[in-house]
Design a protein around this ligand. Structure first.
Ligand code: 0OW
Length: 326
């Protein structure tokens, strides 16, 4: 016979697995009704035995208190921004500068869709989420831990207990959720958000986590800022490892052997961006080799080993506004 603690642990593991399949893989294994039954059993067990509650329990995603303000957080490593390239020539200049600095070493890239959201830094200790902070000015951000915990695709516990790992990703609002939120706000006579990026930024910087919990937000992780207990030497390995740890990773990334392949990727996704459930404003082109990145380093603002190729702004479908001619 299981003790309540064993039962609670088993339920947490089970629910964590279903959260991953539902919110990260979008491939649920059980029905919503069955999931709700598991969740309700855990809530009731934790109510009966309050000392069983752990911070990584799926029942602890929506915090209690409303904050007075956000605590400033100094990032361990500065959260860099990106230089932009707006056309093929600027991408070729970037590639040439890299090759000049690296000598004839083979230069391979990884291209990632540039999610149009808000940058977030996450810290995990022994596999458990400790904190989440906005980028801020790159050095100091805001502690938004209570709010990011409400994002269902964000793991509260990793698949294995690395001593310490700090990762970076983008919090975004899916296009559908953005449209729905603006309709609701319009119906309430409230100001609407200009774009999903602003809606995500506004949702993640709520003082009341319950408001954030009511907004549909997604997370896609793309960088490891600090890692203990594992050696990794390429961006491709980084993305695969982040996935293994249980993070949501955008699977549309592509390893590119040359700049020509980078240009093909940029061209392909400029035409396919409407297929995605979230907005992208370009492609992030990254040198794949981590040791080679060390040779290049970064300026105060941005790395020399990555660049953002920005898509030309989409001509917004002009809304025909009926003009009352009195
Ligand atoms: N928005 C993104 O999808 C994205 C990405 N997939 N990858 C990076 O890697 C950068 C981060 C620092 C060095 C490389 N940055 C991204 O977004 C940046 C963060 C800050 C400005 C851009 O939005």
């Amino acid at each position: 016979m299981e003790t309540p603690r064993e039962r609670a642990e088993k339920l947490r593991e089970e629910i964590r697995k279903h959260d991953y399949h539902y919110y990260v893989l979008d491939q649920p294994l059980i029905s919503d009704a069955e999931y709700d039954r598991l969740f309700r059993e855990l809530v009731e067990l934790e109510q009966a035995y309050p000392d069983l509650v752990t911070p990584d329990s799926p029942t602890q995603r929506v915090g209690g208190e409303v904050l007075k303000g956000f605590t400033p957080v100094q990032h361990r490593v500065p959260l860099l921004s990106l230089d932009n390239a707006f056309n093929e020539r600027e991408l070729r200049d970037f590639n040439r500068r890299l090759k000049e600095r690296l000598g004839d070493e083979a230069v391979a890239y990884v291209c990632e869709l540039k999610i149009d959201g808000v940058s977030i830094a996450l810290v995990y200790q022994d596999g458990v989420l400790m904190s989440g902070a906005t980028r801020g000015d790159g050095i100091v951000g805001e502690d938004v831990t209570a709010n990011i915990r409400t994002i269902k695709s964000l793991p509260l516990r990793l698949t294995y207990p690395l001593p310490r790992v700090e990762v970076r990703g983008e919090v975004y609002m899916p296009k559908e959720a953005f449209a729905r939120l603006n309709r609701e706000r319009e119906d309430r006579g409230e100001k609407t958000f200009a774009n999903p990026r602003n809606a995500a930024a506004g949702s993640i910087r709520q003082l009341d986590p319950k408001v954030t919990a009511g907004r549909t937000l997604g997370l896609l992780v793309y960088d490891i800022l600090h890692l203990e207990g594992k050696e990794i030497d390429s961006q491709r390995e980084t993305l695969e490892f982040l996935s293994e740890l249980g993070f949501p990773v955008d699977r549309n990334f592509r390893w590119c052997a040359s700049l020509d392949e980078v240009l093909e990727y940029c061209e392909e996704w400029q035409g396919r961006r409407h297929e995605l459930p979230y907005e992208i404003d370009g492609v992030v082109v990254k040198l794949n080799s981590l040791p080679a990145r060390q040779l290049l380093g970064a300026t105060a603002k941005s790395p020399r080993w990555a660049i953002a190729y920005k898509f030309p702004a989409e001509e917004k479908e002009t809304k025909i506004v009926a003009i009352e001619l009195n």
